[in-house]
Design a protein around this ligand. Structure first.
Ligand code: ADP
Length: 454
């Protein structure tokens, strides 16, 4: 086992990784930017190294500085968290060339899944159902037009290198296609440095269902059930729950088994998530994320398994001790992402947290790195924490979540807590009757009502 792990991330996930390491008796080094010198991860870690200025490219994406920090502190392995360098194959190669272990999959698997066109091709080869769409990348507008006409509108143009819900264009009719195609390509180039785009049928009422998978270096592969992440805004997840309120036991076993078989065939090592759209009883592969995800705690809550500990064990070459027989899905878990944003306009609200109190009690977990007097820097994403609850069933989880949201105090900045209360109190959420378009539709209705009233 590793003696010392370097954490190449910030915020709640840096602290989360630190906690897993401590329980395993592993020393931690956290790297940080000058803007994060007072972070909770820096305070908690055994060692910390300042690697550059506030801008991500000067610090959290500064591969040379991170490797230097690993060298001078004598770290054995590097955990990338999510975002930043977690899915950067080039970085993984550098880490390995310098004699450290990357806590994550191989560079080749990251490469293969990072390009969405290649990922979809791989999924087909592995026997996974995919969203109907273009056969690979669209080279010309004429090809886009032909594909769209064959499939029928609406269609979705996606960037091959896209991520975080960015780089997608919905096209509802032929006359809007040309502009959307041109915009998609130039935005893809500007955002991801690659103007490759492809097309998919735009599904009208799908749910987002993803399967947590794990592989080890000994050829074992398992799945840990699904997460339903259909409550989204601008293709970004807002609320996540496990299990999904709609899947039957049969559907769960089917898609879980299919996903585990696929990664076994692939020889995939580490944690990963296979994302599907689910509509009318059918699953469609969207993409695979080759890292730990923000919403991993809901899976931990219903399985009782620490996924970060498993990542570290697998990276160190240990065999997975988890198997079909000993993984049990118990009860229901829901996570809400608390962002420092105006809950109505979604404008970022950085600043100082004057008063902070985390909810507690049975079945309540608060993953956050903020504290009284913490200043949220304006340079990074706006998530200040994740509130996760577990209950014996979904109703109990919802009641507990409402209670925990009301107990949480984050004063000094605006947060999305009121939005979450509004979501979980809606009749559709209670019955589990929602899809990926639900939240935006409800927000639009609410804005309309407000306009009428004034
Ligand atoms: P990213 O890597 O940017 O997160 P994804 O491919 O995972 O991109 O898609 C993000 C979200 O966009 C999905 O969760 C879903 O809400 C929506 N989406 C993606 N593909 C489709 C599609 N074919 N039809 C409808 N919605 C889609």
């Amino acid at each position: 086992m590793f003696k010392k792990v370097l954490i190449a991330n910030r915020g709640e996930i840096a602290l989360r990784i630190h906690r897993a390491c401590k329980e395993m008796g592993i020393q931690t080094v956290v790297v940080h930017s000058t803007a994060d010198a007072n972070s909770m991860a820096v305070r908690m870690a055994d060692e910390s190294v300042c690697i550059g200025g506030p801008r991500s490219r000067d610090s959290y994406l500064n591969t040379h500085a991170i490797l230097t920090a690993a060298s001078i502190t004598n770290a054995d392995a590097i955990h990338p968290g999510y975002g930043f360098l977690s899915e950067n194959a080039e970085f993984v190669r550098m880490v390995e060339e310098h004699g450290f272990t990357f806590i994550g999959p191989s560079a080749d698997h990251i490469d293969r899944m990072g390009d969405k066109v290649m990922a979809k091709k791989t999924a087909v080869e592995l026997g996974l159902p995919v969203v109907p769409g273009s056969d690979g990348a669209l080279e010309t507008y004429e090809e886009a037009l032909k594909t769209a006409n064959e499939m029928g509108y609406p269609v979705l143009i996606k960037a091959a290198s896209g991520g975080g819900g960015k780089g997608m264009q919905v096209v509802r009719e032929e006359k809007a296609l040309k502009e959307a195609y041109t915009t998609a390509r130039s935005e893809a180039k500007a955002n991801f440095g690659d103007d490759t785009v492809y097309m998919e049928k735009f599904l009208l009422k799908p749910r987002h269902i993803e399967i947590q998978i794990f592989g080890d270096k000994h050829g074992n592969a398992i799945h840990l059930g699904e997460r339903d992440c259909s409550i989204q805004r601008r293709h970004q997840k807002v609320v996540e729950e496990a299990p999904s309120p709609t899947l039957t036991e049969e559907e769960r076993t089917f898609i879980g088994g299919l996903s585990a078989d696929a990664i076994k065939k692939l020889g995939y090592v580490g944690a990963g998530t296979i994302e599907y759209l689910f509509e009318d009883g059918k699953f469609y592969f969207m993409e695979m994320n080759t890292r730990i995800q923000v919403e991993h705690p809901v899976t931990e809550m219903i399985t009782g398994i620490d996924l970060i500990v498993e990542q570290i064990r697998v990276a160190a070459g240990e065999k997975l001790t988890l198997n079909k027989e000993n993984i049990r899905l118990r009860g229901h878990a829901i996570e809400v992402r608390i962002n420092a944003e105006d809950p109505e306009t979604f404008a970022p609200s950085p600043g100082e947290i004057k008063q902070f109190h985390a909810a507690g009690g049975l079945g309540v977990r608060f993953d956050s790195a903020v504290y009284n007097g913490y200043k949220i820097p304006p340079y990074y994403d706006s998530m200040v924490g994740k509130l996760i609850v577990h209950g014996r069933d979904r109703d109990e989880a919802i009641a507990r979540l409402r209670r925990a949201i009301q107990e949480t105090i984050v004063d000094g900045v605006k947060t999305t807590l009121p939005l979450h209360l509004w979501i979980i109190d809606s009749p559709d959420f209670k019955t589990g009757d929602y899809n990926i378009h639900w939240l935006e539709k409800k927000l639009a209705e609410k804005a309309e009502e407000k306009k009428k009233a004034s």
